[in-house]
Write a protein that binds this ligand. Sequence first.
Ligand SMILES: NC(=O)c1ccc[n+]([C@@H]2O[C@H](COP(=O)([O-])OP(=O)(O)OC[C@H]3O[C@@H](n4cnc5c(N)ncnc54)[C@H](OP(=O)(O)O)[C@@H]3O)[C@@H](O)[C@H]2O)c1
Length: 320
Amino acid sequence: MKAIRVREFGPPEVMRIEEVPDLKPGPRQVVVRVKAAGVNPADTYMRAGTYARKPTLPYTPGMDAAGTVEAIGDGVTRVAVGVRVYTSGTVSGAYAEQALCDESQVHMLARNLSFQQGAGVNVPYATAYRALFQRAHAVAAETVLVHGASGGVGIAGVQLARAAGLNVIGTAGSAKGRELVTQQGATHVLDHGTPDYLDKVLSFTGGRGVDVILEMLANVNLGKDLKVLAPGGRVVVIGSRGRVEIDPRDTMQRDAAILGMLLFNVTDRDSNSIHAALAAGFENGTLRPIVGKELPLAEAPQAHKAVMAPGAYGKIVLVP
Ligand SMILES: NC(=O)c1ccc[n+]([C@@H]2O[C@H](COP(=O)([O-])OP(=O)(O)OC[C@H]3O[C@@H](n4cnc5c(N)ncnc54)[C@H](OP(=O)(O)O)[C@@H]3O)[C@@H](O)[C@H]2O)c1
């Protein structure tokens, strides 16, 4: 089978397509025939060798895939050969024609989702769900600012929040991105590329501020976020690419909380809860992954450049 291999950490071009042996499942493992693989920013940090988690070289990138079960090992009870699944992590990497997974890493793909949409489920939706409900404990009638709403996690956050009865304000850097965020149910959409745009958050909320912020770029925004939080407000730091200065008094005045999160930290119990909630949302149509760009597997380097470029529009997926 064909797989993208990384033999040294470095720029996107270190990813090359190679012919590698077919995969065989061990006990309680599953081989998935990959129909689409999701590209996440964390894949680029790992490839560059700058992430806290450094894979052992050589390796195949990617955590998120969707496809059909091709083979199962001894003791697998959760899925049968032929069923459609998406993955929440893999043993062997997702940018390939086959992916080896532990049984716990495969989940049934809702009938109304394409494989391309399935490749955009795990990291984006699980992250947004964990941020909103397991970290911020958001409840209906609260207002959430999805700060960076046009990308994978942001779109998932907007859909999840609307489905749970929250009011949503989103931000995006391009007109196309803002239109997409509006279509997903945000009441107000701001351009995070313009000066003083956050002032409008206060006017949209009658001066009160927002209850929850899902923050995709904390190194740029955290200090300003704290000034538009309502009393008892919570900021969840989902993404950050550097350092930032804050005024701690902004948290004191509001009894506010800054909550970090990393999807890798979820317990099995929380993970089961997340994927069960997502399954319900895909079944009833309130959650609909948006695929903005599809590229052939061999174009993984272009996909890594695109996911880090401005002008996000849903998910980027690779198709073997
Ligand atoms: N903590 C975790 O476990 C976890 C899990 C998943 C992702 N993440 C991180 O979360 C971030 C978002 O991930 P993703 O998959 O949604 O990436 P993505 O699809 O590439 O989207 C990036 C988002 O950030 C927005 N953005 C750009 N400049 C911004 C600014 N000044 N203020 C606010 N937002 C801005 C982009 O908007 P425009 O392109 O429209 O400007 C876009 O909406 C990444 O940094 C990723 O590494 C963390």
